[in-house]
Ligand binder design. Structure first.
Ligand code: GRF
Length: 212
């Protein structure tokens, strides 16, 4: 049984896809909470719709000073301590996690964390926050999306699942991103179903995961 905490900062279409998956498969996956750093995030409405408890943990600003990343994470950790979960799913969470935080949530069976992220490109290409824009500007013909376990190096942890989509000559960036976002939802759903049903093929040396 997967017990998930979802972290999200914005619109929340990936979070919504995860919430729907749990509603469809309550015997396999459950969500214990949404954590967001953004009190105005659209994802909060999705969580309300699905009856998922939401914890808003904004970054505290005093005059021009923002609290440190570590301090913010300590307040998130305090929330997590009250929850019973085995995976954290980042779904458009727009903050980079510290190594300390990542190391605090090791996977019980594999040499990686138990934090999953979705990235809007075929890693290891186009790392960073503008995966779609960078791939589009580069003129790729085949683009894609990736779920991976989070490691201290950004967008570099072990890949779990990838899905590709085509870029057509007439595509605008909006067309391209829309097609990609649908693949993100499929990619995340497949990832969680594979974890929930224990059907990933695991290669130990080097550590690599494959969808069956
Ligand atoms: C997605 O493209 C995700 O890959 C990226 O941020 C976007 C979040 O979209 N990290 P949404 O909030 O899930 O709709």
């Amino acid at each position: 049984m997967l017990n998930i905490v979802v972290f999200a900062s914005g619109r929340g279409s990936n979070a919504k896809a995860i919430f729907e998956l749990c509603e469809e498969n309550p015997e396999l996956i459950s969500i214990c909470a949404l954590i967001t750093n953004n009190a105005n995030a659209g994802v909060i409405e999705h969580a309300e719709h699905f009856g998922i408890p939401t914890h808003v943990v904004p970054v505290i600003r005093r005059s021009t000073r923002k609290e440190t990343r570590a301090n913010h994470e300590h307040r998130i950790t305090a929330v997590l301590e009250s929850l019973n979960f085995n995976y954290i799913c980042l779904a458009g969470y727009m903050r980079i996690l510290t190594e300390e935080f990542i190391n605090a949530y090791p996977h019980p069976n594999w040499p990686c964390s138990s934090i999953i992220n979705i990235h809007p490109a075929l890693l290891p290409s186009f790392k960073g926050t503008h995966g779609y824009e960078d791939a589009f500007d580069h003129g790729v013909r085949v683009a894609g999306v990736t779920t991976h376990f989070v490691s201290a190096e950004v967008d570099s942890g072990p890949i779990i699942n990838q899905r590709y989509f085509k870029r057509y000559a007439a595509d605008t960036l909006t067309d391209f991103k829309t097609r990609g976002l649908s693949e993100e939802h499929r990619c995340y759903r497949q990832t969680l179903m594979a974890l929930a049903t224990d059907t990933l093929i695991v290669n130990h040396q080097p550590f690599q995961l494959f969808m069956s």
